[in-house]
Write a protein that binds this ligand. Structure first.
Ligand SMILES: [Zn+2]
Ligand SMILES: [Zn+2]
Length: 154
């Protein structure tokens, strides 16, 4: 499960499956990506191994008002992951599109569908929420256990 920026200066590897994959349809993600939604694979920061390069962290405003830190390639400026204030530095939101095999991680949930662009048709069977949701209600047991281990470390 390797990923990279567009110029190839940053290369990374996920050493485990993501905890959960968010497809976020909020206006902030739309503006930030310049498209209809963001696709983020949540994973523990220590399960993202940097193979080459060193991303530059850019403090960026976020929907919550608390900001997010976006890790970008210092040369081509592609974002490879971000940390949100809520999850702290322990959880990374890896941009699924920067993985070499992005097809492996379709959304586990659609969030902020209240601002979804109307032409985007959501597949039946994938949970979707007008805003956010409770992890305890839809995450698989092993992801919840990994999340509990993270929270215990804080
Ligand atoms: Zn680059
Ligand atoms: Zn969003």
């Amino acid at each position: 499960m390797q990923g990279r920026c567009t110029c190839g200066q940053i290369k990374y590897r996920l050493t485990d499956r993501p905890l959960f994959v968010h497809c976020c349809h909020c206006r902030w993600c739309q503006r930030e990506t310049g498209t209809a939604f963001a696709l983020n694979a949540m994973i523990e920061s220590d399960r993202v191994e940097l193979l080459e390069g060193e991303p530059e962290v850019v403090n960026t405003p976020s929907n919550s008002g608390k900001g997010q830190k976006i890790a970008r390639c210092p040369t081509c400026r592609i974002a490879v992951w971000s940390n949100y204030a809520g999850g702290g530095d322990a959880v990374r939101f890896v941009r699924v599109g920067t993985l070499d095999e992005p097809d492996r991680f379709p959304p586990d949930v659609h969030i902020f569908t209240a601002s979804k662009q109307p032409w985007v048709v959501l597949p039946p069977g994938t949970p979707a929420f007008a805003e956010f949701y409770k992890a305890s209600e839809i995450w698989p047991a092993d992801s919840l256990a990994r999340r509990a281990a993270l929270l215990a470390k804080r």
